[in-house]
Design a protein around this ligand. Structure first.
Ligand code: MRU
Length: 374
């Protein structure tokens, strides 16, 4: 079945349990497309490092990873404690590991959301006097549920988004918001996959996405695997092809969406949205509700991750700029809601005014505890 093939081919993060113990496994995205290497991480510190160094990246995928990482931390903690630890020690350990994961990447709210969800599951189980081995299983199951729900949400977003794509459309995307960035299918790429499988002919312009090249390395690879024709361009070519390349719509993902519809996504997204409006091209953001942060009233309140300067000054270890210069490397930017045609979620499509449509779509989804915590 086509859907199963997609999942198998693009498996991003998964849980492994065998005679050697428990581990969080993932495809090393930092080596793609040149090498396909699977990592088996048996320590939560390795999981945190994998997130920081972009071995796993993409907002939903890092949420799933941190959730499995918390379960792993508990299994390890229980194995290493000679005597059964007191519940309060377990709770403290999980909170410490949660804090370590939170610090890895500050912009993507899915990470914070998944950590909170697993910690809440732990609190609930402990208050019900659950045994510690059962608690570890409960956390593993919660992480798996986060992964499974994300997979289903992506498929639903794909179906909603595919309705906005016509046969023969030329599209543009930025960064990688595909299977690799999620538990499967992706966000911005899911509508393309669904449309393509329904027999629609597409052509996708893929921004290379400096400095880390998620577009060139990951999106181009994913689309090629799927058999969707693409043209790789540098980020600075996007305006040119919007003017004369026949682009009909732009699809991007999101790392955090504020209550007013402002969107944090990969650096460069804002410029594309402004250019899209100048050329009257629809600009769609595709994201699950776990990316919506109703506690932030606007994009100004979203923290922007600042990354190392050598991502800018070096390419594959080779210096491309003089030493000693000042460098800026914000990993994300904010696209104001006025540039966004629609936000496609698994619960439907939100349009302006977003401060009404987003809370409506999220009704009953974000519980009060989460809203207070993040
Ligand atoms: O720095 P990255 O590669 O984690 O940035 C990823 C993006 O900006 C994606 O567009 C976003 O996470 C949505 S992924 C479904």
């Amino acid at each position: 079945m086509a859907e199963e093939k997609h999942l198998r081919d693009m498996r991003t993060v998964w849980w492994q349990e065998d005679a050697r113990g428990e581990a969080v496994c993932m495809i090393d995205q930092s080596l793609l497309p040149g090498q396909i290497v699977y990592l088996t991480l048996a320590h939560e510190q390795q999981v945190a490092d994998a997130i920081t160094t972009l071995k796993v990246r993409g907002a939903p995928a890092i949420g799933v990873t941190a959730a499995f990482g918390l379960a792993l931390a508990l299994y390890r903690f229980l194995r290493e404690q000679g005597e059964t630890p007191a519940p309060v020690e377990v709770e403290e350990h999980l909170r410490t590991v949660g804090e370590m994961f939170r610090r890895t990447r500050p912009t993507a709210v899915n990470l914070q959301w998944a950590i909170e969800r697993v910690l809440r599951r732990a609190d609930r189980a402990l208050s019900e006097q659950c045994s510690l081995p059962h608690l570890a299983q409960a956390l593993r199951d919660e992480a798996q549920a986060i992964a499974d729900e994300d997979f289903q949400a992506c498929l639903k977003m794909g179906r909603y988004g595919a309705e906005l794509i016509a046969d023969g459309d030329i599209l543009l995307t930025h960064c990688n918001a595909g299977s690799l960035a999620t538990a499967g299918w992706g966000t911005a790429l899911a509508p393309m996959y669904v449309a393509h499988r329904a027999g629609k002919h597409l052509h996708v312009y893929v921004d290379e996405t400096r400095p880390v090249l998620q577009g060139a390395r990951l999106t181009a690879w994913e689309l090629q695997q799927e058999g969707i024709p693409l043209t790789l361009i540098t980020d600075s070519m996007a305006g040119h092809f919007m003017r004369c390349g026949g682009i009909k719509a732009i699809f991007v993902g999101a790392d955090r969406i504020a209550a007013n519809g402002d969107v944090a996504n990969k650096i460069g997204t804002y410029s594309i949205a402004v250019l899209a409006q100048a050329h009257a091209i629809p600009f769609y953001v595709v994201a699950p509700r776990s990316t919506i942060d109703l506690k932030r009233s606007s994009g100004d309140q979203i923290p922007i991750e600042q990354r190392r300067s050598d991502e800018i000054t070096h390419i594959r270890g080779v210096a491309i700029a003089p030493t000693g210069i000042q460098v800026a490397n914000p990993a994300f930017d904010i696209t104001p809601h006025s540039y966004i045609t629609a936000i496609i979620t698994e619960a439907g499509i939100a349009r302006s005014p977003y401060n009404k449509s987003l809370p409506d779509l999220c009704l009953g989804y974000h519980d009060t505890e989460r809203q207070a915590d993040i």
